[in-house]
Design a protein around this ligand. Structure first.
Ligand code: CTP
Ligand code: CA
Length: 223
């Protein structure tokens, strides 16, 4: 509403944002994870809360200060993230899944520290695909996913957009300088359900966050 001014641009909007990696334990001292820093998801949560949105941020283990005014739910594994996101889903208008969820977890979590011996192989089982589940249960929510790719960016990203029933996907080309997990900047391409796309120039993750929010909330008003 224009009368509320820019600080309250997203007043009344309920959002769920996920961020960071997940950690999948193997034994009391070891786990599988990935290089996600959580910066992109935290930047989105911060930008939305600054503009008045009601934000639930579900984050894996990261080293970041929680954004003011955001409800932060800390999780460790993909299964914990799945449960937290599903609980928050019914009242959400918009879900942005920036987390790098582990696709697999060790089939057995050993109670004691594993001992070395000869060759070893660790059986893994699939984790739930949180975003695909959200896509199946979608009612009026706008669903935004991320795709970090090292090859075939457009094909891989639009494939995920279709398969997971998303409205928009933010595609990251990890081979480009200034993009990806650790940096404070990002270069992304946005692909939309209607087949259109938008390329954003290199910018800070805070600026990328504002652009993603702008585009995602436009989709909400078009519904
Ligand atoms: N995602 C998810 N749950 C998973 C795996 C991924 O919610 N178990 C979400 C991510 O948060 C991201 C999107 O799905 O928004 C795409 O993740 P990505 O790893 O790029 O795609 P996958 O479908 O896992 O395919 P692959 O890793 O094989 O490329
Ligand atoms: Ca994956």
């Amino acid at each position: 509403c224009a009368l509320l001014g820019p600080k309250n641009k997203y007043q009344g909007l309920h959002m769920v944002v996920t961020a960071g990696p997940t950690q999948e334990p193997l034994d009391p001292v070891r786990y599988f994870t990935n290089h996600s820093s959580g910066k992109m998801g935290f930047a989105i949560a911060r930008a939305a809360a600054e503009q008045g949105a009601d934000v639930t941020l579900v984050s894996g283990p990261v080293n970041l200060t929680p954004p003011p005014g955001v409800e932060l739910i800390r999780v460790t594994t993909a299964e914990e993230m799945y449960r937290a996101v599903m609980d928050a889903y019914p009242k959400a208008d918009l879900v942005i899944k920036a987390a790098a969820v582990a696709d697999y977890r060790p089939a057995t979590v050993h109670g004691q520290k594993m001992k070395k011996g000869g060759e070893m192989a660790i059986p893994l089982v699939r984790n739930p695909d949180i975003l695909a589940e959200l896509g199946k249960k979608k009612e009026n929510q706008i669903l935004v996913g991320f795709a970090a790719e090292t090859e075939n960016l457009q094909e891989n990203a639009t494939g995920k957009l279709d398969r997971k029933n998303l409205d928009m996907i933010v595609a990251n080309d990890l081979t480009m300088a200034g993009a990806g997990f650790k940096a404070d900047t990002n270069i992304v391409r946005l692909y939309f359900r209607d087949g259109t796309e938008k390329e954003l120039p290199l910018m800070t993750k805070d600026e990328v966050a504002r652009q993603i929010l702008h585009e995602a909330t436009q989709l909400l008003t078009k519904q």
